[in-house]
Design a protein around this ligand. Structure first.
Ligand code: MNH
Length: 469
């Protein structure tokens, strides 16, 4: 008897395999569509390589089980290793620096630690709003959110100001980061002759210069901090330079600190920026939901514009809007898992030890078995506690799963709730009625070409909040 294999897409080509229907521009949305058509699991075979995709909540639950499965670091993640090496996100499970850095950094990402980042985050929101006011309130949402998230992680992470909202030109770090991520991403798409073309057109050389430049900037920041340490730890960099791993008693070495800083810059900015962009898109196109969130914000701050640290946890409606946004548009579109030993999934497909697959969140998050017939609708009340309790937990994993889940989760929530609440509090939205959602794929999914016009809300009487919209 042959091995039972998951279904494959139609039009398999002899020897070469399932190359028809590949989509180099929107690979994840294409994969989600195929999962929607042929079932909760499928396998694409290309030149003898087998890529397996999972899109059903039940199968996702099986591969999320840490007893049998673990994070995989296949080629798409390996491509980032020349930049981030054994930093938290790209480390192999057995690399000692993962355990060390995880132990050292976990406290810095706890809910309680958000207190120390709060004011910096609020300052960046303020700068962004002022820039909008000066520029008549019309902007490309993804561009603005990208600046915001990068500025936030730069300052909270290692005291570095890109000054995205205040300087007229652009910090050279930004194009270097953007270009190098674009270059890395392109390496993942198999194009014959790319190496030669990239070398001849100077792209490879440019990439190397970009990476060298980023290393230099980050190394300078580290050296400067080592030379002028703060009395008390103020940011992630201080913690990385001063905390000892409780198990080994060792500190992170300077090279690993650089790897972590670049990791936070890469893992911590586009994901958050894209999630905020989708949230603004969904709220602006669902005025009833925006009104609910505004009412909550207005009730908390009838008088002034200041978001206190303690307020953030109280903004349950804003939080639900964000959770529902990440359900429909998980900006990290998926994650990789590998079998720790031979196993079977879906009761029928044998999986060999070491074999990896991808969990496609966009599909898991819309599995009708978990989310019902209206799974495609934006309905933040799904995240009311009664509904959450009535539902299995495995249908929602925007921050990944298990030991290697996102360490920046609380940071991202704090930042997103604070930003969204402030924006809702200060502005009304006007959207271009002709815009239809276009989702671009880089490392993340993000709305492309979405512009928003914001106008300051009039707060006539501080004790009587004006009606929303
Ligand atoms: Mn984040 C891992 C999603 C914000 C730093 N992040 C992951 C994973 C997902 C993810 C999914 C798991 C990847 C995998 O299994 O291979 N992260 C997000 C989303 C947001 C986000 C959707 C915002 C919204 N992440 C952030 C922020 C930071 C950060 C902000 C840092 C400040 N994330 C990380 C790091 C890891 C990670 C570091 C790797 C953790 C580990 O493996 O130990």
């Amino acid at each position: 008897m042959g091995v039972v294999r998951p279904p494959h897409p139609p039009k398999r080509v002899p020897l070469i395999g399932d190359i028809i229907g590949l989509d180099a521009v929107k690979p994840m949305q294409n994969t989600a569509r195929i999962l929607g058509e042929i079932g909760p699991i499928y396998q694409r075979r290309i030149l003898g390589m087998r890529l397996t995709f999972v899109g059903g909540a039940d199968i996702a639950a099986e591969v999320n089980n840490d007893a049998t499965w673990q994070k995989a670091v296949p080629r798409p993640l390996q491509l980032l290793r020349p930049i981030a090496e054994d930093g938290l996100f790209t480390a192999y499970n057995d690399e000692p620096n993962w355990h060390k850095a995880h132990a050292i950094l976990a406290p810095a990402f706890s809910q309680a630690s958000m207190r120390s980042y709060h004011q910096t985050m609020a300052d960046v929101v303020d700068e962004m709003c002022r820039a909008w006011d000066d520029a008549s309130g019309n902007f490309d949402v993804a561009d603005e959110m990208t600046k915001f998230a990068l500025e936030t992680i730069g300052r909270c992470g290692f005291g570095y100001r890109f000054d995205s909202f205040t300087r007229a030109d652009v910090d050279p770090f930004l194009p270097a980061l953007k270009d190098s991520l674009g270059y890395i991403q392109a390496q993942g798409v198999p194009v014959p002759g790319r190496k030669i073309i990239d070398a001849l057109t100077g792209r490879t050389g440019q990439h190397q210069r970009n990476v060298e430049y980023m290393f230099q900037v980050v190394d300078d920041v580290i050296a400067d901090r080592q030379a002028h340490p703060h009395d008390e730890p103020r940011d992630l960099l201080d913690l990385m330079l001063t905390t000892k791993d409780p198990e080994t008693g060792e500190q992170l070495d300077a090279r690993n600190v650089r790897n972590q800083i670049l990791t936070f810059l890469v893992a911590g900015h586009e994901t958050t920026a894209s999630a905020l962009s989708f949230a603004l898109y969904l709220l602006a196109t669902h005025p009833d939901e925006a009104a609910k969130a505004r009412a909550e914000v207005d009730a908390l701050w009838p008088a002034d514009d200041v978001v206190r640290f303690e307020d953030v946890a109280k903004l349950r409606t804003v939080r639900r809007a964000i959770d529902e946004t990440m359900r429909l548009w998980p900006t990290s579109p998926g994650y990789f898992r590998e079998a720790k030993r031979n196993t079977v999934i879906d009761g029928q497909y044998p999986i060999k030890q070491g074999q990896w697959l991808m969990v496609v969140l966009q599909q898991v998050h819309r599995d009708p078995a978990v989310w019902g017939a209206d799974a495609d609708q934006f309905r933040p009340d799904r995240f009311q506690s009664e509904e959450v309790r009535a539902r299995p937990g495995h249908g929602y994993k925007p921050f990944g799963t298990g030991l290697r889940a996102c360490i920046g989760r609380q940071f991202a929530y704090h930042e997103m709730i604070l930003a969204l609440a402030t924006i809702l509090h200060r502005y009304n939205f006007t959207v271009d009625p002709d815009y239809t959602l276009e989702v671009a794929e880089q490392m993340t999914l993000k709305p492309s070409g979405f512009r928003l016009t914001v106008t300051r809300r009039e707060r006539k009487d501080a004790s009587a909040p004006s009606p929303a919209q």
